[in-house]
Write a protein that binds this ligand. Structure first.
Ligand code: PBG
Length: 332
């Protein structure tokens, strides 16, 4: 459709900006609480809320506190929480067996949320990095990240999360073939209604730094993740990854990081019309919070503007550490 604009002064585009009423009437995109997925860090212990230094305002919570946070999120109308465990270093091994322990932190938290706030959808993270002694998302042998062996482990991890009651499985590992393998295992076990939100286009990014602190993986990480996460120079490849994941049985797809990859969000949504999410990652959150704390920007305005940008780019929703803060404002 070709836009038509009459010559000045028949057209004065400022007319529809003249008042809040007019601006509201013509606003093309809206941000609502229902667009938000809240990533939450889980740690061991009881009654603990421990601040993450590089993410002001973000906590690592013990399972009981995660349940409390879920109740709060439910009251705010946030539809989903995504869990990330901070695993005790003693539980990290080369075979990553803690990843599919039915009683690991993530699975405990799933059950606690289901009991405390049954309306909240629980999303998980599927990757080996929180459990791996070398900080990688997959098994490492002689410096190589093994694909197929990792996928087998990820399937075991997925099934443990499904048994614990997860609603949305979130594979963030970027191995090939994992979506098909997970979907097959879920269907075979009768888990017909568990969604997969695939981290389809996940880039090897510097913006994940604070997250790796939050889950205790930064010290452990040997090398980088460039042999499995995407090259920031690529864009057509993101579409191939999304198409592949949809064909393997993903229900929803994600682009990650967010603001620096809005072009990818837009291309994915306009090409496939599939439910599309962006992850406003830890580094994006940290940058906004740091500038706001210095008084250099209005943190609230920039937060809402950045979240709206995802909607404008075509996303159906956003994973954001700002979720509760944004929801409080959006709920008035
Ligand atoms: C790891 C994982 C990462 C994030 C989510 N899952 C980090 C990484 O790939 O190293 C990043 C989230 C964030 O930065 O907020 N599987």
């Amino acid at each position: 459709m070709k836009p038509t604009v009459a010559p000045f002064p028949a057209a004065r585009l400022r007319r529809t900006r003249v008042s809040p009423a007019l601006r509201g009437l013509v606003r093309e995109n809206t941000l609502t609480t229902e667009d938000l997925i809240w990533p939450v860090f889980v740690r061991s212990g009881q009654g603990i809320e421990e601040p993450v230094a590089s993410m002001p305002g973000v906590m690592r919570r013990s399972v009981d506190k995660v349940a409390e946070a879920a109740r709060e999120a439910q009251a705010l109308g946030i539809p989903a929480i995504c869990l990330f465990p901070y695993t005790d270093p003693d539980l990290k091994t080369a075979d990553c067996a803690e990843a599919w322990n039915p009683d690991n932190l993530c699975n405990q938290a799933i059950r606690a949320i289901k009991a405390a706030a049954p309306e909240i959808a629980v999303m998980t993270d599927v990757a080996l990095d929180p459990y791996n002694i070398n900080g990688h998302d997959g098994y490492v042998v002689d410096g190589e990240i093994l694909n197929d062996e990792t996928v087998e482990a990820l399937v075991k991890m997925t099934m443990a999360q499904a048994e614990a009651g997860a609603d949305i499985i979130g594979p963030s590992d970027m191995m090939d073939g994992r979506i098909g393998a997970m979907r097959h295992a879920l269907e075979t076990a009768g888990h017909r209604n568990i969604s997969i939100l695939s981290y389809s286009a996940k880039y090897a990014s510097g913006y994940y730094g604070p997250f790796r602190d939050a889950v205790g993986a930064s010290g452990a990480l040997q090398g980088d993740k460039k042999t499995y996460q995407m090259d920031p120079g690529n864009s057509d490849e993101a579409l191939r990854l999304v198409e592949r994941d949809l064909q393997e049985g993903a229900d929803m797809v994600m682009v990650k990081p967010g603001i620096a990859y809005l072009d990818i969000c837009h291309r994915v949504k306009s090409t496939f019309g599939t439910p599309t999410f962006a992850y406003q990652v830890s580094g994006e959150y940290a940058m906004i919070q740091a500038a706001a704390q210095n008084g250099w920007i209005d943190g609230e305005k920039v937060m809402l503007e950045s979240l709206m940008a995802f909607k404008r780019a075509g996303c159906d929703g956003v994973l954001s550490y700002f979720a509760p803060q944004a929801a409080r404002i959006l709920n008035g």
